[in-house]
Design a protein around this ligand. Sequence first.
Ligand code: ZN
Length: 69
Amino acid sequence: MKADSTDRTAPQVGEIVHVACGGHIEFQEDTPWAVYQGAAVAFCTPACKRAFEQDPDPFMAGEIPHPVE
Ligand SMILES: [Zn+2]
């Protein structure tokens, strides 16, 4: 495991993490994620993360459905 302080809140592979659009998933190496209010949140798809990045607060409030590509 590499020591990378920028990834201090990165979930561990295999860890069950909260998904921004609701529910939980098992974190994988390619799971998109970000830090929101100090906590790691994962996304079901890269498009889901992009929608979050454009409007984090409404997205986390459930006001923006995650995109379907
Ligand atoms: Zn989603």
